[in-house]
Design a protein around this ligand. Structure first.
Ligand code: PRX
Length: 652
């Protein structure tokens, strides 16, 4: 191995078999699972092909299941379908016309329910609205929205007419929005006057104005939904109120038959350089993969009320609020806000009131709930819950146990789902009626997924190595927008192909135990996971260095009880600037303006030098140890100046 094996310290022996009452009713039973796994291993392409035939509506069948010219994959070549048709139209004739598709609650307590018929009508109207603004097949549309039903409508409307959406999380700053809109060359931006979050209004429209003021030449129109009613400035000829446009629009708009490989969306995510990566997903494979994983992993039953607490601005929102559940005809609950100090038990209250049966959230949220004590959830009737899920980062066994006993009362299986923006859907997870769970392990790969743990040469390293996927799968990203070379080098060449075998490198360290269970240890590259959100150290450093006071910066993560990791920045000041509290605050604010509130450093340490190797590489490993307050260990012989470390340790 060219790099040392990764060491895992977690040893967890508890085992929780699925409750028999759950197994009895489960969609996938242990017997069916055996059969599925055999099928998927014996003939992976046949397996996906049969599912595509059974589960989705196609306007036109495919000629080839997979065309694999590594790392370029094309699934269902020649096939035509439409995601919006699969998520809406077909449910109008299969008994779900009057079933709620979306049950929504706003933070101020207002509610809306849309049946499949109503959602279909609204999406058609939105699709016609986009067309009236000149949007055509293949165009890109930016979506910068609060968590309101119109966000879902806008996404489905794009899919309906064959435009690719790029949703930018509403917590990102104007600067981050501008960068993404520019890269995607969006023609229209859909936003709202604002949205409610933690008892305050997030001023989305004014952020769009700022982003566009600096020039995003591709953007012609801005469509604005009125949510909060606060005053916003509307620029004539560019900005249009949705409620003024909507009444003139027709309620019918046929879904455009789309090539299976037509781009469905671009979603930007952090990598190891300063520039966010535009992950591209296409139509057919993504529809199939999110549909099947959602159905089997969440054991969707007709009467379920399913709540995924993610924001639509992240991949979890795309795959498991919108496309996966709606393609299955599920009832999706959607909430606008976030738990806030004035109402710390609001999630439990919502579960009780809306009779939520499947609840999917993140470890960071679970840890925060755990900290606020058992009394809050115990005040509410959580008996409607039957399945719990988690995603975003490794879940520590204590948080898992709390979730299992206090929220699930020991009745609800937990699905710990490992996946990424790039994988499109869940890759490693228990199947709730089948897999005995171990707290902290995402357990086994989904049927058909060839996940493995290898060393840098691609040799098996189950005791600790790099998480890879050895075979294409339908939900996989197809490329990085306008950057196929980076797609190849970041994901497919980090572990060099061997004898025609390509390895998709996920960027995570993992190990497999004696039962073949995966234990994901976290990122092995320069990516920090803050509250389940990926931030590249380079992005953060570039943001800091763009401030005139900063000459150089190095950013690392340090373990944090609630957020998983917190951001610690080591900053060297430019000539003429001196350290101080005011500057520290100003730099924190600067990062918020450059990237967004999620990127605010928890700590900034001023320093005169950074530990570097003789070849000039910053030794982040040492900075991580310093930030964590643990002693310095490991090799320091390549360090250029040992004194730097001593001065940093003493806080000089
Ligand atoms: O490090 C892994 C972690 O989140 C990364 C993917 O982040 P993102 O693309 O933003 O997608 C998050 C939601 C799918 C992974 O590389 N991660 C995600 N889920 C888990 C996880 N780590 C451990 N266990 C998980 N269940």
């Amino acid at each position: 191995m060219s790099q040392p094996a990764l060491e895992s310290i977690l040893q967890e022996k508890r085992l929780f078999p699925p409750p028999p009452s759950f197994v009895q009713r489960a969609r996938i039973t242990p017997e069916r699972y055996q059969q599925i796994c055999q099928e998927a291993e014996a003939d992976p392409l046949g397996f996906w092909e049969r599912l595509a035939q059974q589960e989705l509506h196609w306007f036109q069948p495919w000629q080839q299941v997979l065309h694999w010219d590594p790392p370029q994959a094309q699934w269902f070549v020649g096939g035509q379908l439409n995601l919006s048709y699969n998520c809406l139209d077909r449910h109008l004739d299969n008994g779900r016309r009057h079933k709620p598709a979306l049950i929504w609650e706003g933070e101020p307590g207002d509610t809306r329910t849309l049946t499949y018929e109503q959602l279909h009508r609204e999406v058609c109207r939105w699709a016609n609205g986009l067309k009236s603004l000149g949007i055509q097949k293949g165009d890109r549309v930016g979506i910068y929205m609060p968590m309101i039903p119109e966000a879902v409508m806008a996404m489905l409307a794009c899919a309906r007419i064959g435009a690719a959406h790029t949703v930018v999380f509403g917590g990102f700053s104007a600067e981050a929005l501008k960068e993404r809109l520019r890269d995607a060359e969006a023609k229209v931006v859909i936003t709202a006057d604002g949205g409610w979050r933690k008892d305050a209004i997030v001023p989305l429209k004014s952020q769009v104005d700022l982003a566009l003021a600096e020039g995003v030449p591709s953007v012609e129109k801005v469509l604005v939904v009125q949510r909060t009613g606060q005053a916003v400035s509307m620029i004539p000829d560019r900005d249009i109120w949705w409620h003024e446009l909507a009444p003139s629009l027709e309620e019918a708009c046929p879904a455009e038959p789309m090539d299976a490989e037509a781009m469905l969306f671009i979603l930007y995510t952090s990598g190891t350089t300063g520039k966010p990566k535009g992950v591209v997903h296409t139509s057919g494979g993504y529809n199939l993969y999110t549909h099947v994983t959602c159905q089997w992993i969440f054991d969707l039953q007709e009467e379920d009320i399913y709540w995924c607490t993610a924001d639509v601005g992240w991949i979890t929102g795309h795959s498991y609020i919108v496309y996966g559940p709606l393609s299955n005809g599920a009832t999706v609950f959607m909430y606008e806000g976030a738990p806030r100090p004035a109402k710390p038990d609001c999630f439990w209250e919502l579960i009780a009131r809306h009779r939520i049966s499947i609840f999917y959230t993140a470890p960071t949220a679970i840890r925060a709930f755990m900290k606020s004590g058992d009394a809050l959830p115990r005040r509410h009737d959580l008996s409607s819950l039957r399945l719990l899920g988690t995603v975003g980062e490794p879940i520590n066994p204590e948080a898992w146990m709390w979730y299992y006993t206090v929220i699930g009362s020991g009745r609800c299986p937990i699905v710990d789902t490992w996946w990424q923006t790039e994988t499109g859907g869940i890759m490693i997870s228990p199947l709730p009626g089948v897999t005995p769970t171990k707290p902290g392990s995402a357990t086994r790969p989904f049927p058909g997924i060839a996940a493995d743990v290898v060393d840098m040469e691609g040799n098996p390293a189950p005791e600790g190595g790099y998480l890879v996927i050895r075979r294409p799968w339908p939900g996989m990203m197809r490329t990085l927008y306008k950057d196929p070379q980076r797609f190849r080098s970041s994901y497919w060449e980090r572990i060099p192909p061997k004898d025609g075998q390509y390895f998709y490198f996920a960027g995570d360290g993992a190990r497999r135990d004696e039962d073949g269970y995966f234990w994901v240890m976290g990122r092995v590259d320069d990516v920090i996971n803050v509250a389940g959100h990926r931030l590249g150290t380079m992005e953060l450093e570039s943001a800091l260095v763009s401030h005139p006071a900063v000459a150089e910066a190095a950013v690392v993560g340090r373990p944090d009880e609630i957020k998983g990791e917190a951001i610690v920045a080591f900053v060297i000041l430019a000539e003429g600037y001196g350290p101080g509290e005011a500057l520290r605050q100003a730099l924190m604010q600067h990062v918020v303006e450059e990237i967004g509130a999620i990127a605010r450093p928890s700590e900034i340490r001023f320093t005169e030098a950074l530990p570097k190797t003789r070849s000039g590489k910053i030794m982040r490993r040492l900075l991580r140890q310093l930030a964590a307050g643990s002693g310095i260990s490991g090799d320091t012989s390549t360090l250029e100046d040992l004194g730097v470390l001593e001065r940093l340790r003493q806080g000089v």
